[in-house]
Design a protein around this ligand. Structure first.
Ligand code: ZN
Ligand code: ZN
Length: 124
C-alpha cells in the first residue's frame, strides 16, 4: 500500500520538523520518490481533517506544520526562515472583539514577517 506509506512518511516529516514546511520542501526531504501530486493531495487531506495546520505568508506559498501546543511564527522574508514563539496576542484584543463586535472567539491566526538578525547583519 504505497498511499498509506506516503501518508505516514509525510506526517513523520511534519512531526520531525519544528517549523512549517511547504509542499516543495516536504518533497525534497522525503527519501522515497513520491509523486508531487501525492504529496499535495495528502497535505490537503491532512489540513482538511485538522491533522496539520497551514499558514500562508506574503510570498503566497502555503506552509504546513504539525506542532503540539499553541504557537505563533515569525518569518524572515529574506532567508525564508521561521522562528516559533509562544507568546500570544493580548487579552484586550479578544475582549474588544467580544464586547464591541459581539463575537465568540473560536480560534485565531497570528504571524509576523520581518528581517532576522542574521539578515540585518549581512545587508549592512
Ligand atoms: Zn533572515
Ligand atoms: Zn495565539
Amino acid at each position: 500500500m504505497k498511499s498509506t506509506k506516503a501518508r505516514k512518511d509525510i506526517l513523520e516529516i511534519l512531526e520531525r520538523y519544528d517549523f512549517p514546511l511547504n509542499a516543495e520542501e516536504v518533497y525534497e526531504i522525503l527519501d522515497e520518490d513520491y509523486d508531487k501530486s501525492t504529496i499535495y493531495r495528502n497535505l490537503k487531506k491532512f489540513e482538511k481533517d485538522g491533522t496539520i495546520k497551514s499558514i500562508v505568508f506574503s510570498d503566497k506559498i502555503k506552509y504546513f506544520y504539525k506542532i503540539e501546543g499553541h504557537f505563533h511564527f515569525i518569518y524572515c522574508i529574506k532567508c525564508k526562515k521561521f522562528e516559533k514563539f509562544d507568546i500570544c496576542y493580548s487579552e484586550s484584543m479578544s475582549q474588544y472583539l467580544k464586547e464591541k463586535l459581539g463575537y465568540q472567539i473560536i480560534s485565531h491566526t497570528l504571524y509576523f514577517e520581518g528581517i532576522c538578525k542574521d539578515c540585518q547583519k549581512s545587508s549592512s
